[in-house]
Design a protein around this ligand. Sequence first.
Ligand code: IMP
Length: 191
Amino acid sequence: MRKLIFATNNKHKLGEVREILDGTVQIVSLEEAGLSGEIPETADTLQGNALQKAQWVWERTHQDCFADDTGLEVDALGGAPGVYSARYAGEHCTFDDNVNKLLKALDGETNRKAQFRTVICLIEDGEPRYFEGKVEGQILTERYGNEGFGYDPIFMPDRFAVSFAEMPLEVKNMISHRGMAVKRLTEYLNK
Ligand code: IMP
C-alpha cells in the first residue's frame, strides 16, 4: 500500500484522515516517521501554510507527504479568523479560548454564516500539488456536543440540525471541509 507522511501534530486530524483513507493509503504520523518539533506555519494563506508544513517534512525525509491547513471564515467578521484560526485568541491559546473569543465577537450578531475551508498540499517527488474542500454553515450561539475538536461545538453545517461536535466522525468526514479535500486527494492518488 502507498505510504504518505501526514505533517500534523494534531491527533484529531490524524484520526479523521486515517478513517477516510483506511485501506487506500497508509498514513504515517510524524512520530512514526521519527520527526518531532513544532512545524512552522507563518504564511498568510491556507495554501502557503499547507506548503510550508509539507515542505518541513519533505526537507527532512525526502518521502512523499502532505499537510493540511484549515481556516474558519466568518462572514460577519469579513472572513476572520480565517488563516489565523489556530491562534485567534493569542499565541498559546486553547480551542476553548478560541471558541469563547468567537462567541463574544458574534454576540448579538444575526448573520451567523461561516465556512470551513481546508487546503491540502501533497508533495510527491518534491513537487507540490493542492486539493481544497469547504463546507458552509452557521456559528451557533453556544456549544453543542463533545465530539471532534476546535470550533466543532459551535459550527452547524447547512442542511443539518446539529453541530459538528454532535456528529459521529463518519458523518462529519462525509461532509466536512477536510473530508472533501481528502476525497479530492484520494481521487488524484487513485488515478
Ligand atoms: P490548522 O489547520 O491546524 O492551522 O487549524 C486552524 C484552526 O482551525 C485550529 O484552531 C483548529 O482547531 C481549527 N480547525 C481545523 N480543522 C477543524 C475542524 O475540522 N473542526 C473544528 N475546528 C477545526
